[in-house]
Design a protein around this ligand. Structure first.
Ligand code: RIB
Ligand code: CA
Length: 314
């Protein structure tokens, strides 16, 4: 397979982030230039540690992990230990990382990388609150035309919200950052709850990871066994939505997904609908279509890809 994507993963691990990172590291079409951690599911000290734990699980202690924003641009940090556990990566017992945390700040790394690499060659995979990416765009607006695309997990419309009736967690935590990103003029591919709620970690699918018989397979099954319990209880489903790997799966097999170019605006004024992504799905306004919004997915094909790829990791 040929190298098609040079990416930076911005993330708040998080069990589903972990699976997304593993999928990227298992795929020869993707070169991960660095992983930037942001506060979200759990505080930054844990998300950066978790990112390093996942790299070492995949045998990639050579990768560069950077710590970024400790809190959103304006609002206080809201975390989600109730979903991810107190470590943010509850489920398997993963050893403390021995690989170093980079001393460069994540935002500096994003800017330096985008200013150095060829124009249009870098994809940002955003799996958490968009604070780091917004800070980079605000600090150095010249990076915007240099970004190939931002593929992000966040928002929702037909599915409503998962942290308030109106808002999805990543956008809700830092709505001001999300607004800045959606208004930056960078090509965006959006994986909202409308599509991620269609990729459920059913018992059969989790068992397929465990049956790989590898460290990664059993760790992935343990991560999902823990992660899914909250959403199974909430939605009464067999399995929970596996949000973040949709971002990486899109890079590998875009035809798994279907959606349309829409205008997306982010609410930052009303407490009632703070962080809501208002998606003009029916094109009733003449506002710019600033995102390719995904709404359907071949969920069997998604899990086939995920299981097949993770099989190559130790
Ligand atoms: O709403 C789901 C998103 O919030 C996922 O990225 C999950 O990891 C959490 O960050
Ligand atoms: Ca995440």
């Amino acid at each position: 397979m040929t190298l098609n994507h040079k990416i930076v993963i911005d993330t708040d691990p998080g069990q589903d982030d972990a699976v997304a990172i593993l999928l990227a590291l298992a795929s020869p079409e993707i070169e991960v230039l660095g992983i930037t951690a942001v506060a979200g599911n759990v505080p930054l000290a844990l998300t950066e540690t978790n990112a390093r734990k996942i790299c070492e699980l995949a045998g990639r202690g050579d990768l560069k992990v950077f710590a970024g924003a400790q809190r959103p641009l304006v609002r206080p940090l809201v975390t989600a230990e109730y979903v991810h556990g107190k470590t943010g990566l509850d489920g398997p017992e993963l050893p403390e990382p021995s690989m170093p945390l980079q001393t460069t700040h994540a935002v500096d790394f994003l800017i330096e990388t985008l200013m150095r690499e060829d124009v249009g060659s870098i994809t940002i995979c955003a799996l958490g609150p968009l604070t780091n990416i917004a800070l980079a765009l605000i600090r150095e607006p010249d990076i915007a035309p240099r970004i190939r695309q931002i593929v992000l997990m966040g928002g929702g419309f037909f599915e409503g919200g998962n942290v308030t009736p109106a808002a999805e967690f990543n956008i809700y935590v830092d709505p001001h950052a999300a607004k800045a990103v959606y208004e930056a003029g960078v090509p965006i591919v959006m994986m909202p709850l409308d599509v991620t709620h269609k990729v459920l970690t059913t018992a059969k699918r989790v068992e397929a990871f465990r049956a790989l018989g590898t460290k990664t397979g059993s760790a992935t099954a343990a991560l999902l066994d823990f992660f899914e319990r909250f959403d199974e209880e909430k939605y009464g489903t067999d399995g929970g939505p596996l949000h973040d790997p949709c971002v990486v799966a899109y890079l590998l097999k875009p035809d798994l997904f279907d959606g349309r170019e829409c205008n997306v605006e982010v609410e930052t004024m009303s407490e009632l609908t703070m962080g809501m992504t208002v998606i003009d799905w029916w094109g009733v306004t003449d506002r710019p279509r600033n995102a390719l919004v995904m709404r359907t997915v071949d969920h069997d094909g998604f899990f086939e890809l995920l299981t097949e790829r993770l099989a190559v990791l130790p």
